[in-house]
Design a protein. Structure first.
Lengths: 253, 248
């Protein structure tokens, strides 16, 4: 396992993309203060970094995983490894590590932007939502977003193992990020009679971070509490990862 | 070798991929879904049942794959070795992709007409200049798609990995217009300069049939048209420059 992990780390860190992609996050976080002028909310929502982190994860993750299939180097990898599950797990751990780094990066940027008073200055210690101070809220949002992004990593891994064409994988994942929430609310809106079932659809879980930062508006949309959303997210993430692993074990190269 | 050989080579490669045909079917399928999922109104017909957005996304995927696959399979080396001038290869690829875009636009125009006749026979083509709005909208979509293609080919020369180019291209298609209007409205002092940014030119397809977009873009139709064509030329030039000096 340790050998597999260090191999995967080596591959991820030697991709130029891994280092350049976070640049997208900086640029797009700077756009956020142009839309919202409530400094407290901006800070709590980590300057809307959630969606951009997901996009970077998709691009880097898909490249990282599928490049090997394309260059046929996964054959060597599989031949030398004790079993396929180790490789799959190592890839997941490494990408999750990258995910944590991205979230820390966004958190750092949030603190930096607030210190520089981009989009207004917010006091870290004022009591804000959930009877906690703003700093606590900000850290909680980042942590919750970390869990939310798990569902997308799971989805990405499943798609990569299911489909042979990485163009389709990237496209589907990006469309899910941009349109998933709209699709879920459309489903819930059009079939209110199945609401109690449909509200557990995987796309609805993508609302988790937004709902944490803006409970009253999003609760009406999702019809689930924060805890239920969190549970659903983790459940789906495990399901997708497990299905992906199952597929990966049976895949022909 | 001359342009004609390049064109026939590229055409052969393009034709023998499953992607382009699949892209066309997906586009028509998505239009059909759009027509079935909501009542057919005049604005739905003018927008060609969501054609612009779907079409641009398909162009991004097909364009990036067509250009990059060769790089990834390293067959580009043989291709470059056998040609005296690199420009004929680059231009031939762009021409083939533009031709494909043209075919997609024409077919989606015909399909929009068909869908309208089937699902909304009560709407008249003359009413509110429906037909002419649809036509100019499609023409705008074609021009924006060409602009997008030049950007995609430039990106493909910069980062020869298809997932990256497709990812960036899709982000551009899905958020480009939003980012443009945000940055233009953000600083009133700089509006005069910022309104000429390339992202704003993506609004061409929306503004041609619906002039109310002018308050967002701050540009007239002619200015947008000139901007879109100008930027296509610009991205073509820097993309080709990159392609010419690239080591393979």
């Amino acid at each position: 396992m340790q050998a597999a992990l260090s191999q995967e780390y080596y591959k991820l860190l030697h991709q130029k993309l891994t280092w350049f992609a976070p640049g997208i996050i900086v640029g797009l976080m700077l756009l956020m203060p142009l839309t919202f002028n409530d400094p407290n909310w901006l800070v709590m929502a980590n300057f809307g970094s959630s969606q951009w982190i997901l996009l970077v994860l998709i691009i880097v993750g898909a490249t990282f995983f599928s490049m090997e299939f394309q260059h046929n180097t996964s054959l060597t990898l599989l031949y030398k490894a004790p079993n396929r599950r180790t490789i799959y797990l190592a890839k997941f751990v490494v990408l999750f590590g990258y995910n944590i780094t991205l979230h820390l990066f966004a958190l750092g940027l949030t603190i930096l932007f607030n210190t520089l008073a981009i989009g207004g200055h917010a006091n870290w210690l004022i009591p804000y939502q959930y009877h906690q101070n703003l700093l606590m809220n900000t850290i909680m949002t980042a942590t919750i977003d970390l869990e939310m992004s798990l569902i997308l990593i799971g989805c990405l891994f499943l798609l990569t193992c299911l489909l042979t064409n990485n163009a389709v994988v990237v496209t589907t994942s990006i469309i899910i990020v941009f349109m998933g929430q709209a699709l879920s609310s459309m489903l819930l809106h059009e079939h209110p009679q199945f609401g109690s079932w449909l509200r557990w659809n995987p796309f609805n879980m993508l609302n988790l971070t937004f709902q944490y930062a803006n409970y009253p508006v999003y609760h009406k949309l999702t019809q689930l509490t924060n805890g239920q959303l969190l549970l659903g997210t983790l459940g789906y993430a495990v399901l997708f990862l497990w299905l992906g692993n199952w597929r990966f074990n049976r895949r022909h190269f | 070798m001359n342009m004609q050989t390049s064109l026939s080579q590229e055409w052969y490669k393009f034709r023998h991929q499953p992607g382009p045909l699949l892209g066309l079917l997906v586009l028509l399928g998505l239009m059909l879904i759009m027509a079935l999922s909501a009542p057919v109104t005049q604005s739905a017909v003018v927008m060609g049942f969501g054609t612009p957005q779907w079409l641009l996304m398909i162009i991004v995927i097909i364009g990036a794959n067509f250009f990059i696959m060769e790089d990834q399979h390293t067959t580009i080396r043989t291709l470059l070795y056998r040609h005296t001038y690199r420009w004929s290869i680059y231009l031939a690829k762009l021409l083939i992709l533009s031709l494909y875009t043209g075919v997609l636009v024409l077919l989606s125009l015909l399909f929009t007409g068909l869908l309208k006749i089937v699902f909304a026979p009560q709407l008249s083509w003359q009413d509110g200049q429906l037909f002419s709005h649809l036509l100019v909208g499609m023409a705008g979509t074609f021009l924006v798609a060409i602009l997008l293609l030049t950007i995609i080919l430039w990106l493909a020369c910069l980062f020869p990995i298809n997932t990256v180019v497709i990812g960036l291209g899709l982000i551009l298609v899905l958020t480009g217009q939003g980012i443009a209007s945000l940055t233009i409205d953000a600083n009133p002092m700089l509006t005069a300069i910022l309104k000429w940014q390339p992202l704003n030119m993506l609004n061409l397809m929306a503004q041609l049939p619906d002039s109310s977009y002018q308050k967002d873009t701050h540009l007239s139709n002619v200015q947008l048209l000139v901007g879109a064509i100008g930027y296509s030329g610009f991205f073509l030039a820097i993309g080709y420059w990159r392609f010419k000096h690239k080591r393979v």
